[in-house]
Design a protein around this ligand. Structure first.
Ligand code: EPZ
Length: 426
């Protein structure tokens, strides 16, 4: 686990309706695999409008340690990646343990160099998060896998060979890792039971613009015709549907009126449907999504599922909303085995929540009250910020490194909507 360094905290004086417009940044969960994929090209790529996130810095450090020249322009929202000369097959332990997504360099390393040595990504607050599906798929492509002293060592000295692959679970990371590896394998690969997330579609759009030959992204069957080399390309990453959804929830909880610009409603169908069920008014147009709420929310049940189901990354934020909705809501978390770490923290703010294995039963209360709470993981932190914005009184949120991993300029954006929020360093 990444030990908390800073004593910074957010101080939120709740009860103010959020009003105005904000613009969503590019999607963290698309940017990370796409930055890993820049390693596949023997000429430079340029990625535009990148979000300022800790996780982006981390993955850039990982690929730089493997020999990719990473050059940011002065505004830092356009970065060039030159992977013409990779110099290492080993991803450094201290970076991989910091961020599980670092494991996404394994596919590109196997494809380019036929070898990769990566430390096992730590589990984290939301579950053990194994990588067995990634490794099984790499073996199906002809790689041999050795495990030892906390490292995974994979090699394919004669190159990867296309194959038929069935993923026991539509794992997002495994689908991305295999797509990247298979894009330069010999022959054809078919991935069945593939994850269908929009971030995978964006990764494949980028790979095909580099010269890859991949069809079916966004469905559960992806067909890949391997090619022997890829050229760098310029790409602008899709907007972050989870960041957008988080702000929609915050607007609903505070009885506000917020227009989230650059949010793609087709990526948020289950979240929009559930918001409407709670009685919130939602207007969708080509440029974004508007939420208008009078603060009176009705209970609603959710069950998280792989895309296109309700996203697990919105579960904590939606639970925060149900804590002040009228009636009883049931929250089923089916994707991760331990993604209820935010429950104890919400209880400190007066929420009434009962857990029965993977189900949380929430009895709505009139109001939450401010408290000192800690962000146990990225989306739990976001949920606590939403709760603090709606609560009566002062909420202090600590362990901000989690939030910095996935939210670009959270305080600035919320201040722009009228929130009374500051970030202080104790
Ligand atoms: C991606 O993680 C996202 N991260 C997660 O977002 C997101 O919650 C998750 O997909 C599900 O949508 C990035 O894209 C960087 P999985 P990933 O492989 O790829 C099990 C956030 O908040 N599994 O789809 O790690 C696993 O344990 C983060 O932005 C295996 O059993 O998710 C989990 O229970 C959190 N074996 C389930 O599948 C494997 O080999 C889903 O994991 C791989 C996964």
């Amino acid at each position: 686990m990444w030990e908390e360094k800073s004593l910074e905290k957010l101080i939120i004086n709740g009860g103010k309706p959020l009003e105005g417009r904000i613009r969503v940044s590019s999607a963290k969960n698309a940017v990370l695999p796409i930055i890993a994929a820049t390693m596949l090209a023997s000429t430079p790529s340029r990625l535009l409008e990148l979000p300022q996130l800790e996780d982006v810095h981390t993955i850039c450090n990982v690929i730089a340690s493997l020999g990719v020249k990473v050059t940011a322009d002065e505004t830092n929202d356009e970065i060039q990646f030159d992977a013409s000369h990779l110099t290492s097959i080993e991803a450094p332990y201290d970076l991989v343990r910091r961020m599980r997504a670092s494991f996404l360099v394994m596919g590109p390393l196997l494809a380019r160099l036929g070898e990769a040595r990566i430390s096992l990504p730590g589990g984290c607050a939301i579950g053990s998060r194994p990588i067995d599906l990634h490794l099984k798929a790499f073996e199906a492509l002809g790689a041999t896998i050795e495990m030892g002293d906390g490292y995974v060592y994979a090699k394919a000295p004669n190159g990867l060979i296309g194959n038929q692959i069935y993923l026991d679970f539509p794992s997002v990371g495994a689908t991305e890792n295999v797509v990247m590896a298979a894009s330069m394998a010999k022959g054809k690969t078919v991935i069945e039971n593939a994850a269908e997330e929009p971030e995978i579609v964006d990764l494949v759009t980028y790979l095909n613009s580099m010269g890859a030959n991949i069809r079916g992204a966004g469905t559960n069957i992806i067909r890949i015709e391997g090619v022997d080399h890829l050229e760098g390309a310029t790409h602008t990453v899709i907007p972050d549907r989870i960041e957008a959804g988080t702000y929609l929830i915050a607007a609903a909880m505070t009885g506000g009126d917020v227009y989230v610009e650059n949010a793609l409603s087709e990526h948020l169908k289950p979240v929009v449907a559930k918001l409407k069920e709670t009685g919130v008014k939602v207007e969708e147009d080509v440029d974004g999504i508007r939420v208008i709420s009078d603060g009176h929310l009705k209970a609603a049940d959710i069950k998280t599922l792989p895309y296109p189901g309700f996203p697990t990354d919105m579960q904590a934020q939606f639970m925060a909303l149900t804590t002040i909705a009228e009636g009883t809501s049931t929250i089923m978390e089916t994707v991760f085995e331990n993604r209820f770490m935010h429950v104890d923290e919400l209880r400190k703010m007066g929420a009434s929540i009962r857990i029965e294995e993977r189900r949380a039963i929430v009895e709505g209360v009139k109001k939450l009250h401010g408290a000192e709470v800690r962000a146990t993981d990225l989306r739990a932190g976001a949920a606590l910020v939403c709760a603090g914005l709606a609560a009566e009184g002062i909420t202090k949120v600590t362990q901000l490194s989690h939030i910095d991993r996935g939210y670009d300029n959270l305080v600035g954006k919320l201040k722009g909507l009228g929130a009374d929020i500051v970030r202080v360093d104790e």
